[in-house]
Structure formats: structure tokens, C-alpha cells
Design a protein around this ligand. Structure first.
Ligand code: SF4
Length: 363
């Protein structure tokens, strides 16, 4: 099939379309059909345009083009790797920490990331949008729990909603007095920046609560001119942005790639927030690094970029126990306090070059 048979303005959803665009090999088609039958596929025109079809290791392709390796399932992998279900008191809500909830409104995304930790729950046919009754129940749950200070809209991708529906939802949440922050997690500004219209930006702002937007980006190349303009539109409207990235083998698991990503985000006025260690989602082992590799990369990053560019390296503890920082440690405690100061009893601290220094405990 000729490449010309497909409109380059169309999101690619079928392995045959990926082959026709030269983004997958025809010989892999039977395996890719098996993967696509299990996990959703979508590559937006913006992301497809970034992929170099002649580079077998293209970091954008690794994130979005399915691989036969996704059929490999390790025993430690879990369809609910961060334990959402264990903390879901009503449909659509995950209440893991006292002062905040996830509010999962939709199960669709602009793109489907091959490493997605909710891959068993997102995509066409994987779930249903909340019914009006379930939506009302979720709002009632938030209203009844006065400890909830922050509502995090996630999914799927909440910016797949129409601006009109999103504005209604933002207004519903903002009427709850104790909710002060509405945080929106999205990949849309990079994956499909055209969706960030003036109407969408207006929908993000609401009286009665402060909106934050958390952008998911994993490689500096994702921050195209169009993506940067979309983010600038959000920030210029007075909405602060942070980022979250996933440490991915073959995508950003080297110091140069991480440095470029974090610098690009800060240049866009987006504060790097989290670098997630890859979750134990089924069929994603080929994209995970070791924790030791992640710690070493964070150590190197600390020596190369300013604090503005430093995300927290975190692991979502399987079973729903929340996030834990898993970055390198720089400070070792003295063996026992109160002893005469010596190199043994003083704190041991490592600088950004890796050199060791000592610091006295308070007498
Ligand atoms: S955009 Fe987020 S929820 Fe959607 S597939 Fe990617 S990682 Fe998963």
C-alpha cells in the first residue's frame, strides 16, 4: 500500500496505517495486530511527524508505535500497577492521600503511550465515560470530604473533553468550598496542540479554585513549536504548569536526553515536577530501566542543570501505597550523636561533582 493512501492529518490507529506510513515493518504486521487487539493504538499527526522512520531507535516511535515485546508479560507486572482500585470509594474517584483525589473523567487519550500505567483501563472499549449518576456520586463524595483540598483530573486525558463540558465540570468542582486546587494531567498540548484553543484555555480557568496543568512529556523533541505555543497560551492565561515524565529505556535514559528535556520544559516556563520510574504495567518491561540507573541519571543531572530543572525521581509503590522519592541520597548521618566530632561522627555529604565532605552535627 502506498504511503499516499493515508491522510497525514489523521490520527493513526491501525497497524496497517502504521505500515503504510513507513512507521512499522510489514513483516511485523501479524504481531502488531495482536498487540493492537489488546492495547489501544493512536499516533496523532503531530507525533507521527516527529518520528524518523529510518531510525530504528527513534525515541518518539518507542513511545507510540506498538512493539511485539508488549506481548511479553513479567510475573511482577500487574494490570493495576499503582493500586487505583484499592483506593476507589466510588466510580471515578481514587482517594489515596487524605487531602487530594484523582477524578477520572474519561478513558480516552489523544495518543496511547506504550508504557501507560493505565493501559488496561484506557482506550476505546476499555471503559465507559462516567454516567451522569456516577458523575454526581463522585462530586457528592468530594463534597462530603472536607479534607479534600485538591482534585486532580486525569483519565484518560481530560483535555479530550470538549471545552464546553470541561468548563461545566470545572465549575461543578469549584463550587465545593474546600476544594482550592484543580490540577489537570494531560498529554494533549504536545500530542495534539490544536486542541488547546482559546475556548479550551478559557475552560481551564474557573472562579473559586486555582487551576494547575501538569504536562506529560518524555523527550525534548515533543516540545515542538506548536506544543510550545499551546503551553504558552495556557501559561499566558495565568495558569501555572508543571511537568511529569517517565524514565523510559531507549527514550530518555541517558543524561543528555534528560538534560535536554528538563531545559526545554523550563524554557517553556514549565517546572519539572516528577520523573516517574516505569510502573509494572503489563508488557512494558522492555521500556523500564533499573532503579539504580535512574538514581545514577539523577546524580548526573544534579551536576549538569540548575535546581529549576530538577524533577523528583519517584516510584509509585505497587499496591496503592503512594509515591516515594527514590533519587540518590547525598547525606549520611553520623554513627552516633554526641560523640567527640571526628570524620566518623560528622555528617558525610556528597557534592554535585561526587566529592565527599563532612558537616558537624549540632553539639
Ligand atoms: S496519555 Fe497518559 S493515560 Fe493516556 S496512554 Fe499516555 S500515559 Fe496513558
Amino acid at each position: 500500500m502506498s504511503k499516499m493512501n493515508f491522510n497525514s492529518n489523521t490520527t493513526l490507529r491501525e497497524p496497517t496505517e502504521l505500515v503504510a506510513r513507513g512507521l512499522a515493518a510489514v513483516a511485523d504486521l501479524p504481531d502488531l495486530e495482536k498487540v493492537a487487539a489488546r492495547y489501544a493504538v493512536a499516533v496523532t499527526p503531530d507525533m507521527a511527524a516527529l518520528i524518523d522512520p529510518d531510525d530504528p531507535d527513534d525515541p518518539i516511535a518507542r513511545q507510540f508505535i506498538p512493539s511485539v515485546q508488549e506481548l511479553v508479560r513479567e510475573p511482577s507486572e500487574d494490570p493495576d500497577p499503582i493500586g487505583d482500585h484499592a483506593h476507589s470509594p466510588v466510580a471515578g474517584i481514587v482517594h489515596r492521600y487524605p487531602d487530594r483525589v484523582l477524578f477520572k473523567l474519561v478513558h480516552v487519550c489523544a495518543v496511547y503511550c506504550r508504557f501507560c500505567f493505565r493501559r488496561e483501563m484506557v482506550g476505546p472499549g476499555k471503559g465507559t465515560a462516567l454516567s451522569q449518576g456516577a458523575y454526581d456520586n463522585a462530586l457528592a463524595y468530594i463534597r462530603a470530604h472536607s479534607e479534600i483540598w485538591e482534585v486532580i483530573l486525569t483519565g484518560g486525558d481530560p483535555l479530550m473533553l470538549s471545552p464546553r463540558r470541561l468548563a461545566e465540570i470545572m465549575a461543578d468542582i469549584a463550587t465545593i468550598d474546600h476544594v482550592r486546587i484543580i490540577r489537570i494531567h494531560t498529554r494533549v498540548p504536545v500530542a495534539d496542540p490544536a486542541r488547546i484553543s482559546a475556548e479550551m484555555i478559557a475552560a481551564l480557568k474557573v472562579g473559586g479554585a486555582t487551576t494547575w496543568v501538569a504536562l506529560h512529556a518524555n523527550h525534548a523533541r515533543e516540545l515542538t513549536d506548536r506544543a510550545r505555543a499551546a503551553c504558552a497560551g495556557i501559561i499566558d492565561a495565568g495558569i501555572p504548569m508543571v511537568s511529569q515524565s517517565v524514565l523510559l529505556r531507549g527514550v530518555n535514559d541517558n543524561a543528555a536526553a534528560l538534560e535536554a528535556l528538563m531545559r526545554a520544559l523550563v524554557e517553556c516556563r514549565i517546572k519539572p515536577y516528577y520523573l516517574h520510574h516505569g510502573d509494572l504495567a503489563p508488557g512494558t518491561s522492555h521500556l523500564r530501566t533499573t532503579l539504580e540507573q535512574g538514581q545514577e541519571l539523577m546524580r548526573v543531572l544534579r551536576g549538569r542543570v540548575s535546581g529549576l530543572c530538577q524533577p523528583d525521581y519517584v516510584l509509585d509503590i505497587p499496591g496503592g501505597h503512594g509515591k516515594a522519592p527514590v533519587g540518590p541520597t547525598y547525606l549520611s548521618h553520623p554513627n552516633s550523636a554526641g560523640r567527640e566530632l571526628s570524620s566518623e561522627t560528622r555528617y558525610r555529604i556528597v557534592d554535585y561533582c561526587g566529592d565527599v565532605h563532612f558537616y558537624p552535627p549540632k553539639p
